[in-house]
Design a protein around this ligand. Structure first.
Ligand SMILES: Cc1cc2nc3c(=O)[nH]c(=O)nc-3n(C[C@H](O)[C@H](O)[C@H](O)COP(=O)(O)O)c2cc1C
Length: 202
């Protein structure tokens, strides 16, 4: 698929058939995640891959989908045969930037303009979303409610230093309802692009 078609066709998909994701496609999705850029080439990320129905059920239970936080969009999402949870690892960045070529030996967090550990896990996530489209599949990136991060970690033995920045449900697309958020419309360049000066008219 042409790159521009991949970008144009990328949409969050929230309903899936029960067909499994081919192992080679799964591996390509993950391999491409590892090609994401990362600050200082820190690569302070990890990816929890859940494929068995027992593991997927545990994910949905531990993140509150079966409880009071349940909502209709989750029903279609829960059919996804593959879940990938991208996790960021702040200490991996603090360690990397304490090395001699960077020299931030105080490991101070206020040196960082924004938390690059989350940014890089997000970049890897976008590469996975684009790879999914290129493979003819669908995916949705969604958040894990803050109140369920602890139960998620406990369920899968994830160490405290790793933060799930969200989760990606992946599978074969099934008919989907559009997200109400899309009614907002896509913002155009005249609204968000500032040329030369912030205040300059376009
Ligand atoms: C950081 C982030 C968090 C998101 N969280 C959710 C979520 O929890 N549930 C959901 O259904 N979609 C979620 N989305 C998807 C957005 O709603 C979606 O990207 C947006 O409405 C634009 O639609 P599109 O991606 O199909 O173009 C999230 C997207 C991002 C980038």
């Amino acid at each position: 698929m042409e790159f521009q078609d991949v970008v144009d066709r990328r949409r969050m998909v929230r309903n899936f058939t029960s067909a499994p994701v081919d192992a080679a496609v799964r591996d390509r999705i993950l391999a491409n995640a590892l090609h994401a850029p990362s600050a200082g080439f820190s690569q302070g990320w990890a990816f929890l891959v859940l494929e068995t129905s027992a593991d997927r059920d545990l994910f949905w239970q531990s993140t509150g989908a079966d409880g009071e936080d349940s909502s209709p969009w989750l029903e279609g999402m829960q059919r996804a045969p593959l879940l990938v949870v991208p996790l960021s690892h702040r200490d991996g960045y603090l360690d990397r930037y304490a090395e001699p070529d960077k020299g931030w030996t105080d490991r101070a967090e206020d040196r960082w303009p924004v938390p690059y550990w989350h940014i890089d896990a997000g970049m890897a996530s976008l590469l996975m979303l684009l790879t999914v489209v290129d493979a003819g599949l669908g995916a949705c990136f969604f958040g894990i409610p803050p109140g369920h991060i602890g139960s998620f970690r406990a369920a899968f033995g994830v160490p405290d230093g790793y933060v799930p920045i969200g989760a990606i449900a992946i599978g074969h697309r099934a008919p989907d309802r559009k997200s109400p958020s899309l009614r907002r419309g896509r913002r155009g360049p005249d609204e968000v692009v500032h040329r030369g000066r912030w205040s300059s008219p376009l």
